[in-house]
Write a protein that binds this ligand. Structure first.
Ligand code: RP5
Length: 181
């Protein structure tokens, strides 16, 4: 069924939600069922481990984890779950998200976290990546992803037309031909 819960979105804090609504928006557009929970690796380690250890058994296929600062959350989920984990670094400190990015991307050999860009772009891409992972075994989702890509292509075509129209409108009008006499 298209909308049973297949992706778990785990937030280190409710303050990560604004950015992670980008993930929700894209998963909704692709009709991928998901749930959003808050669990902190540092503040609620038991809840985090409980979520990670039960997610696969509940039928989820991918975990997306968002956190800022010393962002241990995706790594802790990856350590306790067989599911692929995608990490979204959040800019929550004066380091602008670089702290979270490096915490996620520099996981030790054997326990990967697929880390995407800091902030909203990463949040949207995490959803697409999760859908692509699930689509390996789901032809209908593959078709929805192809349609999504086509919409992006169409948007670029539209932008190109707008640029052409703007440049045409700004081009100097041709000078009248010089008189022969
Ligand atoms: C991280 O610390 C959270 O993921 C969040 O990005 C950041 C700030 O959390 P709050 O202080 O807003 O709860 O653990």
């Amino acid at each position: 069924m298209a909308n049973s819960i297949r992706v778990g979105i785990v937030l280190g804090s409710d303050s990560d939600l604004t950015i992670m609504l980008e993930t929700v928006k894209v998963l909704d557009a692709l009709q991928v069922g998901h749930e959003v929970v808050v669990a902190s690796a540092h503040r609620t380690p038991k809840r985090t481990e409980e979520y990670a250890t039960t997610a696969a058994g509940r039928g989820l296929g991918v975990l997306i984890a968002a956190a800022g600062g010393a962002a241990a959350l995706p790594g802790v989920l990856a350590a306790s779950s067989p599911l692929p984990v995608i990490g979204v670094p959040i800019a929550a400190t004066p380091l602008g998200g670089m702290d979270a990015l490096l915490s996620m991307v520099q996981m030790p050999k054997g326990v990967p976290v697929a880390t995407v860009a800091i902030g909203a772009w990463g949040a949207a891409n995490a959803a697409i990546l999760a859908a692509q992972i699930l689509a390996v075994g789901d032809a209908a989702l593959r078709a929805r992803l192809a349609a999504y890509r086509q919409r992006l292509t169409d948007e670029v075509d539209e932008r190109a037309k707008r640029v052409e129209a703007t440049l045409r409108a700004q081009a100097p009008s041709p000078r009248p031909a010089a008189s022969a006499d």
